[in-house]
Design a protein. Sequence first.
Lengths: 258, 321
Amino acid sequence: MLLQLSDVDISYNDNVIVKGVNLELDSGERLSIVGESGSGKTTVIRAILGVLPRAGKVTNGKIIYDGKNILEFTPKEWKKVRGKEISMIFQDSGNMMNPVQKIGDQFIEYITTQEDTDKKSAYEKAVKMLSLTNLPNPENVMNSYTFELSGGMRQRVGIAMAITFEPKLLLADEPTSALDVTTQAQIVKELMKITKSSMIIVTHNIGVAAALGDKLMVMQGGKVVEYGKTTEVIENPKAEYTKTLLSAVPEIGGKRYA
Amino acid sequence: MPDENTENIMEIKNLTKKFFLDGDKVLTACDNINLSIPRGKTFGIVGESGCGKSTLLKAIMNIDPATEGEIIFNGRDIVKLKGEELRQNYRHIQLVFQDPTAAFNPKMKVKDIVTEPLINFNLIKKSEVNEKARELLKQTELPEDFAERYPHNMSGGQRQRVAIARALALEPEIIACDEATSALDVSVQDTIIKLLVKLQKEKGFTYIFICHDLALVSLFAHKMAVMYLGNIVEKIDGDKLQYAKHPYTRALLNSVFSIDSGKNKEVKVLEGEIPSPLNIPVGCPFQNRCAYKKEICAKEKPKLEEIEPNHSVACFFPINN
């Protein structure tokens, strides 16, 4: 077992936002979390990475990662794990980067902070990672600013950074929501191909969740309403909310509105 | 064909929109667009970001007028309208935006937001605002006491209903929706589309519905157009979308993830990215990503031609099932 959450409550300023989350993830397993905005999906993965906003706190339960309770991690222990063993892909990787610093400089800084290495080999590693994500002309990308790249290219840079150290656990917060369908398909397929890491994918696109996740978790109002194998949840939903959600997904050739 | 014209509320003829940039560069956002919008129906426009669909909508709305071409609406070319005539024309075509938070004045109450168009056209008096606002909220299935609220005091779905209520206020003939449900969760999106369908049946509105969700458009639109790099590459009925013949439309269809795991295995990736509109290739705009490209595609631009009734494709080698 790589990750286990048991009875986790998360509060913001004493208001309980997420209540009683249980989940288990084996090495190499992928879990998708779906639900409406405000249902607490992002809060859960932020808690796993220990990056809740200042007002947020895990108020109950345990988060066991690799046999250790991460809620008891010291800043020093976090430094070893975060960005290296557990990393994160954001909705728009352009936003997590500095707009006035070249991508290459940021990538090299990231590598040299995590690893005792010189700039030259860090550069080579960065280029290697970028080409792994199908970015044409990686040297050119290294020399660019975020605003010079398209959304799909920026997202590939974010993925390249997140998988640089072959993390055991990869957290992805709406990794394809800002992209067009064609780019979304490219990114989803690449994610499945280039990394063997365990993954937790937060998305509101149920098709993407089904394609990526071995397991599926449905959240509503801070609670888990359904959790199980993806195929079982989709073919045989138990919770009323899951049924509503699945029936609302438009499918080509499905039931017309008019 | 005079009969066909009476069925169509709007005819867009040879519409081109160019932006003239620094250094004598020209960006062609919409290239020779021809569309017939049927009265009382929903017309969907799909395509990737940057394909020119929003620019086309702005040209139709006359917010950012077309460079060339005609838009015949109610027998008049509205591209040439000026001054008061142009202003009066806005009464008949209203717009719903993607993000209602950005489209509203945060300091206005809902009742003032939804009745502002009526005040602007002197159609009601200030004293009638309360009554009219309640009526509009009722039509969009919102509680009447929302009239006294501010936009930030409601959910995204409720705000979008307010945006629809405002678009309804002038009883327009056409309501244009620019990604009106893209920011919403699927279950909320479902209720908003159902509301739009209900209103269409009651009031006979024509919708021009821009969206990047292919599946949604196909289920909601009666007719639809697929845009790529400023060109319409295919026109087809919404319920026939799965029989599309243009390689680009097919690629879009193959990119959609489904809740059906069997279908997800068939998802095929369209490689590459949309070229810069500043640098449109000679010949077919889709050639650099097309799996069926032949020599002629790089030399000549395929025309949009009707290959069967209500189905046009701009491709030399349309795919047959």
